[in-house]
Design a protein around this ligand. Structure first.
Ligand SMILES: CCCCCCCCCCCCCCCC(=O)SCCNC(=O)CCNC(=O)[C@H](O)C(C)(C)COP(=O)(O)OP(=O)(O)OC[C@H]1O[C@@H](n2cnc3c(N)ncnc32)[C@H](O)[C@@H]1OP(=O)(O)O
Length: 236
């Protein structure tokens, strides 16, 4: 079951070669026909780009080699930009809900289509979600520690993704974090999110980031339902 959901999460729309591909891909997301070669290829390209970002920021090669590498990267950038969309590909809005419905073994791989976001493997169990990832050099704030802004990104994604997985069209109204301990780099951290209360359009949730049994970051958030707004997909 996990495999089939992940395959779906990594598949793309079927009209990848059409002139109007950007619109087709974004609009097809709510119909379940988005799974084709394009999203798989984009997922692989995004993963390679993430590795490139890490390598570019941490390389210790001689300076002359850096100029050579830069020219190679600029060449690939020009090639990819020859035909571009305005926005990144979006996942279907209901993908997290599909994963949640598939059971606690099924995984949602976040940010498969956007190298800027932190990719997290998320599982759902009723009104709780869990995820893990290994922060690295690109995520550093204080020395050897996760930047607090990335913690906020992670918590918003965990809590917001859980809300989305319950089928609610909602946006974050407030997100409050307590940074209790630094989050070290290069070591796996675990995360959890739970919906704690609903009150009309309001959905309250809380979550945390934990390392080695220590709860480093705690978050509470308020989401407001915006049911009148129709969305085909979301960029995560
Ligand atoms: C963005 C547009 C496209 C959306 C498409 C569909 C979305 C489905 C895709 C989801 C994808 C995942 C998303 C990931 C999480 C993000 O990253 S979301 C992005 C960050 N968040 C935003 O951009 C939200 C910006 N803010 C807003 O759009 C509006 O302020 C809100 C939150 C919708 C509220 O505006 P409103 O609908 O006019 O609500 P309003 O009637 O003023 O208030 C309703 C109630 O909420 C309370 N409330 C409202 N705001 C607050 C607040 N900040 N603090 C405390 N209470 C508040 C009010 O006091 C009121 O309470 P009651 O009086 O009923 O007790």
């Amino acid at each position: 079951m996990t495999a089939s959901v992940n395959e779906a999460a990594n598949r793309a729309p079927s009209q990848s070669q059409s002139e109007d591909q950007s619109q087709s891909e974004n609009q097809s997301s709510s119909t379940g026909t988005w799974a084709t070669e394009r999203t798989q290829a984009t997922t692989a390209l995004v993963a390679a780009t993430r590795s490139l970002m890490h390598a570019a920021a941490t390389t210790d090669l001689p300076v002359d080699d850096l100029a050579t590498a830069r020219r190679a990267i600029e060449s690939v950038t020009a090639e990819l930009s020859a035909r571009a969309r305005d926005r990144v590909l979006r996942i279907p809005f209901d993908l997290p809900a599909q994963v949640r419905a598939a059971g606690p073994e099924a995984e949602w791989n976040t940010y498969a289509l956007n190298p800027f976001g932190i990719p997290v493997r998320v599982t759902f169990d009723d009104e709780t979600s869990r995820g893990s990832f290994v922060p690295g050099a690109l995520h550093e704030g204080p020395p050897d520690s996760l930047h607090g802004g990335w913690s906020a990104h992670l918590m918003d994604c965990m809590l917001g993704g859980l809300v989305q997985a319950t089928g609610a069209r909602a946006v974050t109204a407030t997100l409050e974090l307590s940074y209790r301990h630094r989050v070290p780099l290069d070591s796996e951290v675990s995360m959890e999110a739970t919906i704690t209360r609903r009150d009309g359009r309001k959905i309250f949730a809380e979550g945390w980031i934990e390392h080695d049994g220590v709860r480093c970051v705690e978050a509470t958030a308020l989401f407001i339902r915006v049911d009148g707004i129709s969305v085909d997909g979301v960029a995560s």
